[in-house]
Design a protein around this ligand. Structure first.
Ligand SMILES: CC(C)(COP(=O)(O)OP(=O)(O)OC[C@H]1O[C@@H](n2cnc3c(N)ncnc32)[C@H](O)[C@@H]1OP(=O)(O)O)[C@@H](O)C(=O)NCCC(=O)NCCS
Length: 206
């Protein structure tokens, strides 16, 4: 069946999507939520929220029939801080104090690991293609969706962060991104190590 690209609002925010998102950066997701079950429990409220980091209406999905085989979510650089703050508050309210402390520490560390996103950029928080559907140009199509959104919003670049060893770095380079900053988190909670992360940028002109 041909793959179609659709708005996230057309699909339910269940475990399948939560699992796809987890795959985008398992080390970061584990650092924030400890285990997949916690994220699966929190994800549906993010998907349907009016404002936050992983909302359906800021997401484009690749569909094979009814199955979501890929997604990309993104938002304007001007909104990054407010979106992360809103999501953190919502997730803190749903977690016990111990898990909440971990979440706060993780969000604090990410502020250092992920450089500032300028006002003129669209920020891609997550992009993923299901493992059995990779290598068929779907990732490139989802990047094109993000570029189209950036143009609609009058922005002139697309930014994202990825772990240095992630094979996705080669994908981003193939579709035109270049690495501009490498960040190393040096003061993490006991027992936590995170790979250096790269800020990658695609200039799309005015
Ligand atoms: C990264 C990812 C989204 C790429 O999606 P995809 O649909 O497989 O990529 P495409 O088929 O559109 O590939 C586009 C180009 O990138 C290249 N490419 C894709 N993945 C690559 C890889 N791992 N290594 C080298 N090149 C790669 C392709 O060969 C193609 O190049 P071409 O111009 O020569 O044809 C996908 O591999 C994925 O979901 N990975 C796991 C999740 C993840 O790491 N997300 C990013 C987190 S920051």
């Amino acid at each position: 069946m041909a793959i179609s690209i659709a708005d996230g609002v057309q699909v339910q925010g269940g475990d399948h999507l939560a699992d796809l998102l987890w795959e985008t950066d398992p080390e970061i997701f584990r650092f924030i939520f400890r285990d997949l079950q916690v994220w699966r429990r929190l994800f549906p409220q993010e998907w349907t929220a009016a404002f936050g980091t992983q909302q359906a209406d800021e997401t484009r999905v690749a569909l094979d029939g009814n199955r979501v085989v890929g997604l990309v979510n993104s938002f304007a650089g001007t909104e990054v801080a407010a979106r992360f703050a809103t999501t953190m508050d919502r997730q803190l309210a749903a977690l016990d104090p111990d898990a909440g402390q971990q979440l706060t520490a993780a969000f604090d560390a990410m502020e250092w690991l992920y450089p500032h996103v300028p006002d003129h950029a669209l920020y891609i928080l997550n992009i993923v293609i299901a493992a059995d559907m990779r290598g068929q140009d779907l990732g490139r199509q989802l990047i094109a969706e993000a570029v189209a959104k950036a143009r609609r919003l009058g922005l002139r670049a697309v930014h994202l962060d990825t772990a240095v060893g992630n094979p996705a770095v080669h994908f981003y380079q193939r579709v035109g991104f270049r690495a501009v900053v490498e960040s190393r988190a040096m003061s993490l909670p006991d027992g936590v190590t995170l790979p250096n992360h790269l800020r990658m940028v695609l200039d799309i002109g005015a």
